[in-house]
Design a protein around this ligand. Structure first.
Ligand SMILES: Nc1ncnc2c1ncn2[C@@H]1O[C@H](COP(=O)(O)OP(=O)(O)OP(=O)(O)O)[C@@H](O)[C@H]1O
Ligand SMILES: [Mg+2]
Length: 264
């Protein structure tokens, strides 16, 4: 493929669950290359293997066959412990710890890397400020709204400066207005940090606003059946939502997805 040094490279990746006559082929074969700094969105029918793929990319699950490689760059600070998994994940249900303060949640990944406390606290505070949560550092997640919790999860994920950010329907639990606000925030954030991102969503609008590429997956076992590049140069803003190109691409993607989403 195009980029000779992809950040993530998956080759004929498959995953099967169960055994004997109870086996479910969940994924693949799936081939994918993601370039450094690229934001790739995955859309596909429910149960097609999107989360399975993301869990493989995050090192939480092994593929049945095929390979997945992530190219890592040396830690910017040699004192820090190398992390076994160079990715950070964000899920629909936030995945933050209710018994830790917001500050401690954001510091969590840095503590694992054995970053000195003072430095970790400073970096956590910095990320909380960027996410508009400076006043909530000592609050507990239970006292926050859904949108604020998801901002905590984003701050925690980006604080470790992951090689790849993996997001599995991160905004699905939020109401429509908040969802748009968080999309715009994430757009601005990732255009600044240039973090390589894999983003799963059921929302075509979300995929088009955020993605450098939108990949359409088939019904289970999920393969990539189409790829589109939203024609909006970077840095872009949420204003692309009101362009005719946006509406046209949304219809086109839906035509590709519909035959897969309708039960056979
Ligand atoms: N641990 C598991 N054991 C058995 N089957 C599993 C397991 N995890 C996933 N599956 C099956 O693999 C298939 C793909 O699941 P996956 O969660 O990856 O789909 P998805 O595309 O993320 O769906 P959704 O859009 O609903 O989140 C499904 O048929 C699911 O039932
Ligand atoms: Mg899923």
């Amino acid at each position: 493929m195009g980029d000779p040094h992809p950040k993530l490279h998956a080759t004929e990746l498959t995953r099967t669950f169960g055994r004997g006559d109870r086996t479910v082929r969940a994924l693949g074969p799936l081939d994918l290359s993601v370039a450094p700094g690229e934001f790739v969105c995955l859309v596909g029918p429910s149960g097609c293997g999107k989360s399975t793929f993301l869990r493989i990319a995050g090192g939480l699950l092994r593929p049945s066959t095929g390979e997945l490689a992530i190219r890592t760059t040396p830690a910017p600070d040699p004192r820090l412990r190398r992390v076994a998994r160079p990715t950070a994940m964000i899920f629909q249900d936030y995945g933050i710890y209710d018994w830790k303060t917001v500050q401690a949640n954001v510091r969590f990944g840095l503590d694992i890397q054995r970053m000195p406390r003072r430095e970790a606290d400073a970096r956590a505070r910095d990320w909380l400020a960027r996410m508009g949560l400076a006043d909530f550092a000592s609050a507990y997640p239970a006292t926050l709204s859904g949108g604020m919790r998801q901002r905590v999860a984003i701050a925690r994920a980006l604080a470790v400066e992951p090689e790849i950010l993996l997001m599995d329907e991160p905004f699905a639990a939020l109401d429509a207005q908040l969802r748009v606000i968080l999309q715009d925030e994430l757009l601005e954030l990732t255009q600044t940090t240039r973090t390589t991102t894999l983003f799963i969503t059921h929302s075509l609008e979300e995929a088009i606003v955020l993605g450098d590429r939108v990949l359409v997956m088939s019904a289970r076992p999920g393969r990539i059946i189409a790829e589109r590049r939203p024609p909006f140069p970077r840095p872009r803003s949420g204003e692309v939502r009101s362009t005719p190109e946006f509406t046209a691409l949304k219809s086109e993607l839906w035509e590709l997805l519909r035959p897969e989403a309708v039960p056979a």
